[in-house]
Write a protein that binds this ligand. Structure first.
Ligand code: AMP
Ligand code: ZN
Ligand code: ZN
Length: 463
């Protein structure tokens, strides 16, 4: 009887729950069944807290009618190529293989660098979303997003440019909007812009004069983006995500770690140097490791197998035998002076390494703010928006779905709360009921016995 009533209550609550789970179409479309195009924009090195410390009238206009995620937890190493590839694959660096801006593969003896990045070998461990989009029968277009000018998984984009840092923002966007308006099958576009990263490196993020100049320029580009989408009839009809790959922190000549002071230059080779060093010992491994471990209190030294799990940075053949990680704001050099006033690449738990995210369009809530998300969650979100099946990834749709207008995640949480609440109340009542029943039974027996005893006692007296 009790089990039945539990089941009955559960059935009622669960039917309420299904009413709260996403309704309407799953792709966040407006009317009809057509998938709205998605434009993904990255302003390189846009640190999350620039939003608190500088003025962004255009960006504020953009997210006041959309979604703002104050902080994205990105992936280690917090460099440009690893993070841009994570955004479009939903994978940590050890899983997609784009581990740093400079890499070496000892088996093939190949080297990767920003200036030598077009060998598919480095990209083929993952499938970026633009490949999946085209495999699903749509088209994709790209303006300079890292990897979009490379043939990945034997797939070359038709609508793309060979990387050219001199091409203006207006020109990059102009081509994308032309492709999107002329060809309705273009459903996914990516746009990359080099600032504020370039100025952050050159002047350091603490240089408020230079940073306010470049951030005003970036905000101007966002204003141009909204105007251009309006002019071409795309504003409000397409989904737009503006985000970045990482933040930036101030460096100083006072915070330099010189490897050659600690270890003989001929005993090691560095593949990548700062703030994450990738070291190949040339002599005895343990001596090189020992010397580096004692080198500087502001530099952590890991054997490849001992890199903390939370960094997701050990399970890949391209990771070198010894990894150095500088503390925030410290710079590793072989010898010599500080190479740049601002840098990134540090541990991805530092807020200074985090970017932000803003979104606008028919699929997104309006005036909605979220404190944080993982950057790998963007991939399942984008697959959902485009209605394409996601490849295996490290992201999750659970939290990111709250940004969507058709996903009532708050109500789902409420419904789960109601189920738990009802169960607690039922359990409490059942326990109380049992307790009272037991009391009745146990208290009636001694009383009866006492009466009998009294009767016994009374008998001789009466006689
Ligand atoms: P970093 O700040 O060292 O992580 O890298 C940023 C730099 O990467 C930018 O200043 C660009 O010069 C370079 N970069 C960005 N996108 C591309 C690309 N698609 N191809 C080649 N280099 C790129
Ligand atoms: Zn970058
Ligand atoms: Zn940079």
């Amino acid at each position: 009887m009790q089990v039945n009533s539990y089941l009955y209550v559960l059935m009622i609550v669960c039917s309420g729950l299904t009413l709260c789970v996403p309704t309407g179409n799953q792709t966040g479309l407006g009317s009809g069944n057509e998938v709205p195009p998605l434009l993904l924009v990255s302003f390189d090195g846009f640190r999350a807290d620039y939003l608190n410390n500088y003025s962004f009238p255009n960006l504020e206009k953009f997210f006041s009618d959309g979604v703002l995620v104050h902080e994205l937890t990105n992936v280690f190493t917090t460099k440009t190529f690893p993070n841009h590839y994570s955004l479009v694959t939903g994978l940590y660096a050890e899983s997609h293989g784009m581990l740093a801006n400079v890499m070496y593969d000892s088996v093939s003896n190949k080297t990767f660098s920003i200036k030598n990045d077009s060998d598919p070998f480095w990209w083929d461990e993952a499938t970026p979303i633009w490949v999946s989009v085209e495999e699903s029968g749509y088209k994709a277009a790209a303006a300079m997003w890292p990897g979009t000018d490379v043939s990945i998984q034997n797939h070359t984009l038709k609508h793309k440019f060979k990387y050219n840092p001199k091409m203006t923002f207006q020109n990059r966007l102009g081509n994308l909007t032309q492709w999107m308006t002329e060809d309705r099958s273009v459903k996914f576009s990516t746009l990359y812009w080099e600032e504020p990263d370039r100025s952050g490196h050159m002047y350091g993020p603490d240089n408020t004069t230079e940073m306010s100049r470049v951030l005003k320029e970036v905000d101007g580009h966002i204003g141009f983006l909204m105007e251009q989408l309006n002019r071409t009839g795309l504003w409000g009809k397409i989904n737009v995500i503006i985000t970045s790959d990482h933040g930036m922190t101030q460096c100083s000549q006072e915070r330099v770690i010189k490897l050659d002071d600690c270890i003989h230059p001929s005993s090691y080779r560095v593949v990548d140097l700062t703030p994450v060093g990738a070291v190949i010992p040339l002599g005895d491994n343990s001596t090189v490791y020992k010397n580096l471990s004692r080198c500087h209190p502001h530099m952590k030294v890991y054997l490849k197998d001992e890199v903390p799990d939370r960094l997701h940075y050990k399970n890949n053949a391209r990771i070198q035998p010894i990894i150095l990680v500088a503390d925030e704001g410290w710079t590793i050099v072989k010898n010599g002076r500080l190479p740049r006033l601002g840098d990134h690449g540090y541990d991805n738990t530092f807020p200074s390494m985090h970017p932000f995210l803003a979104a606008h369009g028919p699929a997104f809530r309006k005036g909605y703010k979220m404190s944080s998300l993982n950057s790998v969650d963007l991939y399942p979100l984008m697959c959902h928006l485009l209605g394409i099946p996601p490849k295996p990834n490290n992201g999750s749709f659970t939290y990111v779905r709250c940004a969507l207008v058709n996903e009532q995640c708050g109500q789902l949480a409420l419904a789960v709360g109601i189920v738990i609440g009802v169960l607690i109340i039922l359990t409490t009542f059942t326990c109380l009921f049992k307790l009272m029943k037991n009391r009745d039974v146990s208290s009636s027996r001694p009383f009866a016995r006492l009466e009998l005893e009294e009767d016994d006692d009374d008998v001789p007296l009466l006689e």
